[in-house]
Design a protein around this ligand. Structure first.
Ligand code: UD1
Length: 342
């Protein structure tokens, strides 16, 4: 029998790519989204890529506890992947209560509904942000978490703890996996789904592609005086399709009962750091475009360097990042060109 996975926030950037990979791996997927931070482009794109015109879509706000319970009652859900959350670091500093309310309430409602239904496997989308400015790189899952530098980051830390506590008290009804993403970038090779930032992008790659296409005048490189080889920050940029595949491995591990602990944590990164300048240079080279840029002051809250030690995910889950950065940056550019109708 096919297993069913509920993907909250399934119409967003990561959720839509995960939905594609799950369907291609043979899962039934229920996409749930309130479209507060995306439109239907990616949902429609997923249907085209997978040929699943009948892909279930539930328009729901997970802050609504009753609606969440009804949704769990409607489908035979074997696993839930929870993406539905606000994700802009700067906005979270300006509107902390909005972030805590939305990101915590929606996850609490999902856990409560899952437990009341009799149990479920829960995958939570955490972030490398929980490591803060690490004392040593690369970071393993055993690297201590640091106090969060923003309310957004704090919601990730808090949701990790909430999942641990809920699973512990659930008498075996709940099991969970925490995936800590590094920097997801790129787009599906079909150019039918990708990142759709609203307004001015906060993240590096959408800002690069929008500058390259002429939507933005100039890319600011935030800081060139960091203690790194070229002075710019270093990150672990992970291809969105590789990242999405990690979810299939994690879900399969949960539904097939292969977990070694009731809550497991995995880093989802490549293990290879790129500096901001290296990434920009690679983008210009593979796509044959110029990106006007200048150095600007450091951005408050940025860490100098963080990248993953992905050994645990490689060995335990059998997942490994495989897409070369050139392919990832080509896909990001193809998606931007598609959006611009070029
Ligand atoms: C941030 C969040 C992370 C989240 C990720 C994806 C923190 C500290 N970081 O990561 O949790 O998962 O976004 O949403 O909470 N840069 C520029 N110019 C720009 C934009 C970025 O130079 O216009 C630089 C930044 O200074 C940074 C690097 O590019 O050094 C990556 O930035 P960004 O894409 O925003 O990701 P993070 O801040 O690493």
């Amino acid at each position: 029998m096919k297993k069913t996975v509920l993907v909250s926030g399934g119409a967003g950037f990561i959720g839509s790519h995960v939905t594609v990979e799950l369907i291609e791996a043979g899962y039934d997927v229920v996409v749930a989204d309130n479209f507060s931070n995306c439109d239907r482009t990616c949902y429609e794109g997923v249907k085209k890529i997978t040929g699943r015109e009948d892909l279930p879509l539930e328009v729901i706000d997970f802050c609504d506890a009753d609606a969440t319970k009804k949704l769990f009652a409607k489908y035979p859900i074997d696993a839930v992947i929870h993406f539905a959350a606000f994700k802009a670091v700067g906005e979270s500093v300006a509107k902390p209560l909005m972030y805590y309310k939305n990101n915590l309430m929606s996850f609490l409602n999902v856990l409560e509904a899952a437990q009341e239904k009799g149990g479920c496997n829960v995958l939570f989308s955490s972030s490398a942000t929980v490591y803060g400015e690490p004392d040593a790189v690369p970071v393993t899952e055993a690297t201590p978490r640091k106090p969060a530098m923003s309310p957004y980051g704090n919601t990730k830390v808090m949701c990790e703890d909430i999942l641990h506590d809920a699973v512990k008290a659930s008498e075996g009804k709940l099991k969970g996996i925490l995936l800590r993403y590094f920097n997801p970038i790129g787009a599906h090779p079909s150019a039918l789904i990708g990142e759709l930032p609203r307004g001015v992008p906060n993240n590096l790659v959408p800002f690069i592609t929008q500058t390259a296409i002429g939507k933005r005048e100039c890319l600011n490189i935030f800081g060139n005086d960091y203690p790194t080889p070229d002075g710019t920050c270093q990150r672990d940029f992970i291809d969105i399709v590789d990242l999405a595949r990690a979810h299939v491995f994690a879900v399969t591990r949960m539904v097939e009962g292969k977990m070694k602990k009731d809550v497991e944590t995995f880093n989802v990164g490549t293990g290879r750091p790129y500096s901001v300048m290296e990434l920009l240079n690679a983008f210009e080279k593979v796509n044959g475009v110029k990106v006007p840029h200048k150095f600007a002051p450091r951005r408050p809250g940025d860490v100098t360097a963080v990248w993953a030690d992905p050994t645990l995910a490689n060995t335990e889950m059998g997942w490994k990042a495989t897409r070369p950065i050139e392919e990832t940056l080509k896909a990001a550019w193809a998606w931007e060109c598609k959006l611009a109708g070029k």
